[in-house]
Design a protein around this ligand. Structure first.
Ligand code: MSP
Length: 637
């Protein structure tokens, strides 16, 4: 059993968490879950970076202490990780004593050993980035990183002898090809190291910035935020405190965005070297999610709120989209259209269709239990080809986790799902069911169930919730899925009872703040989500009339309206995406049609127990109502 310690950057608490933060954390979570499934002993650390000028300024503006401000702004991060099913082992905040004390001990130790010295600083400073630059590094008095104006500064400060480690670092990077990944980022760091490395200014005078960790050897100064933040990777795992816990170090992977490459691949390794600690095994920089070609940022005003996406389409679909759509290391574009297309293609059509038609057929033709294949029939041409595809998906996924090419591994699993749908088309079990000999039918359904077992286990780390529903429906054991069981064909046990599930991934029309209506592609013969449903299936949807008693816009959203309706005797709260089309007051007293047996859902934190029916085309939307007087609670058929 090997050990796997992964970290995310610790996020600044001055921003609300957005899609970019969610991505890094979901990626770390997915990698952790895969390693856990492979049998590794895993440890996953995330947290927040709470010192620095921006937090101090934001708190001053609000007239509260920086600590009180951070205590509030950390909460949306913690809430989001819960909502996104993140399974971190620890969440470190840089304002915690367990961290601050270690930073101070490190500073004292480096100072005592002459690694830190007092000197004069004269140069340029970027306030928003909290970074210093020399004359040579800048043009037009603008920050080379963010382009914002720089301030000229002359002041006494403390410096870390980073320059002393330049040659060592170049050699280390060259000798350890896996240290900096992907390789083009290694080249970027090596390019940076071609210029002489400066010593690193690691202090800020308190008169300019007081919100930081005080230097233990000079109480007029606090430490530079990066010198504080990077230390979280070791303070959280017991450095200088708990030898056993510290056996986790070195980290297997520091996952970072490409925006923080230099701090992680130059500052951090030289700091570790000065402390006499081993290097992390790898530092992997992923690309950015771009909106309209630009990096997502509050200052650009193009921020995608992960909470909205999750409320609209579910946490699993959101995790899947992010992991499947970014080639690790490259930038990727995010648009609603890309999201909906991938969701509908991969999840609603391919996976959702396979799961629902297969379970329907096993229920209908095999008395709700996995059938036994015919003797020797699994060696048939199509059956063994399907197993080869499954084996390739398992091996491909394992390799893709090790080589950080996760999108390829996921594509292999979806390839297996598509191959299974094709296999069903070829074997046509709906025709086999009409033959006298039901042996071939049983072989087909067994083989497809086995392929779905493999796919659902392989996708569990990406979509934990929905895949556990599939595994349960297939009668697989509860708890963590068994990766080793994927290495042999036949893990599905004949005779195991199966259950039908409601559609797991209802088709989306558009991404709005509300999930769109769905078509259940569950007719066994309906290939590739043709969308035809039987009369019985239609009758499963309970439509009823209701009268709107109260209506108000949901705070903080443009589209959502909260409604109180009476359905006969029953009062219900609904949330509907109609606020752009109706003012609350015109809704009161209207009779509307409600899907009454829809599972309750929370939309932007507000519970909705049902869904209003509306007709929409382009920009227009009109509610469905009845043509005349009728008391509420009437059935609609
Ligand atoms: N506090 C520092 C990190 C200190 S680590 C010792 C910091 N925080 S941050 O809040 O700005 O988060 C930066 C990280 O968020 C990036 O490195 C990246 O992982 C993630 N992302 C922020 N925007 C992003 C995109 N648009 N796309 C993808 N990820 C991005 O820097």
């Amino acid at each position: 059993m090997s050990s796997y310690y992964i970290t995310t950057p610790i996020y600044y608490v001055n921003d609300k968490p957005h899609l970019g933060h969610a991505y890094t954390t979901i990626l770390a979570d997915v990698l952790t879950r895969y390693h856990r499934m492979f049998g590794d002993s895993t440890y996953f650390l995330t947290g927040t970076d709470e010192h620095g000028q921006k937090v101090q300024e934001a708190a001053e503006k609000r007239g509260i202490s920086p600590q009180a401000h951070a205590d509030e702004t950390v909460v949306p991060f913690q809430d989001l990780w819960k909502k996104l099913e993140i399974t971190h082992d620890d969440f470190i905040r840089t304002t915690e004593d367990r961290h601050k004390i270690i930073v101070q001990e490190i500073l004292q130790d480096l100072y005592d050993r002459g690694e830190i010295y007092r000197g004069e600083y004269d140069g340029w400073y970027c306030v928003p980035d909290e970074r210093f630059f020399t004359d040579k590094e800048i043009e037009d008095e603008k920050c080379p990183d963010c382009g914002r104006p720089l301030q000229r500064l002359t002041e006494t400060n403390y410096f870390f002898k980073m320059s002393a480690y330049q040659e060592w670092l170049i050699e280390y990077i060259n000798e350890n090809p896996d240290f900096l990944q992907p390789s083009f980022r290694r080249n970027e760091t090596l390019g940076f190291l071609r210029k002489p490395l400066q010593d690193l200014c690691i202090s800020r005078p308190k008169q300019r910035l007081s919100w930081g960790i005080e230097l233990p050897f000079d109480s007029d100064y606090v430490t530079y935020v990066w010198f504080d933040a990077l230390v979280n990777y070791i303070s959280a795992v017991g450095y200088r405190r708990d030898e056993t816990a510290f056996e986790r170090w070195p980290a297997s992977c520091h996952l970072i965005g490409k925006d923080i490459l230099t701090t992680h691949t130059v500052y951090w390794p030289t700091m570790l070297k000065a402390m006499g600690l081993p290097m992390p095994k790898s530092i992997f920089s992923h690309g950015w999610w771009l909106i309209g070609g630009e990096k997502m940022a509050k200052s650009v005003g193009n921020v995608v709120n992960p909470m909205d996406m999750v409320d609209a389409t579910g946490v699993d679909a959101f995790r899947y989209f992010l992991i499947a759509s970014m080639v690790l290391g490259q930038d990727a574009g995010f648009t609603d259209e890309l999201y909906v297309t991938r969701y509908n293609t991969d999840l609603a059509n391919d996976l959702g269709n396979l799961q629902s038609r297969l379970l329907n057929m096993i229920t209908k033709y095999c008395d709700k239990a996995i059938p036994a294949p015919e003797e020797g029939a699994l060696e048939g041409e199509l059956e063994s080809a399907l197993w080869r595809t499954a084996t390739e998906a398992v091996e491909g996924l394992e390799a893709s986790v090790q080589s950080m090419t996760l999108d390829k591994g996921i594509e292999g699993i979806l390839g297996l799902v598509r191959a299974t749908n094709r296999y069903l088309e070829q074997r046509a079990p709906w025709t086999q069911a009409k033959q006298e000999d039901l042996g071939p039918l049983r072989t087909t359904l067994y083989s497809a169930a086995e392929a779905l077992r493999v796919a659902s286990i392989l996708l569990t780390p990406v979509m934990p919730e929905k895949m556990s529903v599939i595994r349960k429906a297939l009668g697989l054991p509860e708890g963590d899925p068994d990766f080793q069981s994927l290495k042999t064909w036949g893990g599905t046990v004949s005779g195991t009872p199966v259950t039908k599930t409601p559609p797991l991934f209802p088709r989306l029309d558009v991404v709005s703040s509300e999930t769109s209506k769905s078509v259940d592609p569950s007719d066994p013969s309906a290939g590739d989500g043709a969308g035809l449903i039987t009369f019985d299936e239609f009758m499963n949807t309970k439509l009823r009339t209701a009268i709107i008693m109260a209506a108000e816009k949901v705070e903080g959203t443009a589209k959502l309206m909260r409604l109180d309706v009476m359905m006969g005797e029953e009062r219900r709260q609904l949330v509907a995406g109609i606020a752009l089309h109706y003012e609350p007051e015109v809704l009161i007293g209207k009779t509307v049609i409600v899907v009454a047996n829809l599972k309750p859902a929370k939309i932007r934190g507000v519970e909705s127990r049902g869904m209003l029916l509306a007709a929409h085309k382009g920009e227009s939307l009109r509610l469905l109502t009845v043509d005349g007087e009728l008391s509420s609670g009437a059935d609609v058929k």
